[in-house]
Design a protein around this ligand. Structure first.
Ligand code: OAD
Length: 247
């Protein structure tokens, strides 16, 4: 572990352009369940059965119930020290970008600003009919949620399985990753193909890749360092070593 930390510190000292990609494991120590594995289950449904346009067409109330259950957990959660470490990183490199798959909003709450929420936000809705977007208040909602403008059904403003990513956000992510010197991938299983694609893209363009996850992930094989640890406990320790090395 110590020698891995030293290697990361050495790579970070040389890096100018740094990107971080985070997945559900990033928020686990804030008490937010990940998507896969036994704890990802909700009333015996898997995420893949609920986070789809088909599921919403078939039963909007059920999908809203799941999102509202998750939103209430998120509203009670607090960003942990790992989220705060990533917010601090912005100030230490010439160019920095955090790309998160998480819709929970814990990164902006921890202070991250150079941020792309590539899967959208659980705190926002989008009308199915007029596309009007609404920010949700931090209180329990009457579901399914209706659009404040036209009164039709609204959906969570997130990317579902089988849907396209926002082209502008994906384009900005790829552009950044093609010139990044160092890329961290934290708490993502890589079962959704985009992080694997982004990591492969960065690796092809010569970035030094660090995978921080208690388990092996889909893109671990592209990474220069596989750090088996957690976002809440280990990331702050690694980051404090880097800060020392940079000062
Ligand atoms: P997953 O739930 O698939 O994977 C979570 C990952 O976090 C696993 O690799 C765990 O080993 C790791 N992990 C667990 N605890 C951790 C900790 N304390 N610190 C760091 N890592 C930890 O989540 P994602 O790969 O992010 O997409 O995939 C989630 C995506 O699938 C969501 O954004 C959503 C979903 O269905 C869409 O809706 C399109």
């Amino acid at each position: 572990m110590e020698s891995l930390k030293k290697q990361i510190e050495y790579a970070a000292k040389k890096a100018r352009t740094v990107a971080v990609i985070t997945g559900a494991g990033m928020s686990k120590e804030s008490g937010i369940p990940t998507f896969r594995g036994p704890e990802g289950l909700w009333k015996n449904f898997r995420a893949e059965e609920l986070a789809t346009p088909e599921a919403f067409r078939k039963d909007p109330k059920l999908v809203w119930e799941w999102y509202e259950w998750r939103r209430q957990i998120v509203l009670k959660a607090e960003p942990h020290e790992g989220h705060k470490s990533l917010a601090e990183m912005e100030d230490y490199f010439d160019d920095f970008l955090l790309i998160t798959q998480n819709v929970d909003g814990l990164h902006p709450r921890a202070g991250s600003r150079q941020l792309i929420e590539i899967h959208g936000s659980i705190h926002r809705t989008r009308c199915n009919t007029c596309s009007h977007k609404m920010d949700l208040p931090p209180v329990a909602l009457e579901i399914p949620v209706k659009c404040e403008r036209c009164g039709e059904l609204s959906r969570p403003d997130v990317v579902w399985f089988g849907e396209s990513y926002d082209e502008e956000l994906l384009g900005r992510s790829l552009e950044f990753l093609s010139r990044a010197d160092m890329v961290w991938i934290i708490g993502s299983s890589g079962m959704v193909s985009v992080p694997v694609y982004l990591a492969a893209h960065a690796s092809k363009n010569g970035a030094f890749l660090v995978d921080l996850n208690p388990e092996e992930a889909e893109f671990s094989r592209y990474c220069d360092i596989n750090f088996r640890g957690t976002a809440g406990a280990d990331l702050p320790r690694i980051w404090s070593g880097i800060k020392e090395a940079l000062s």
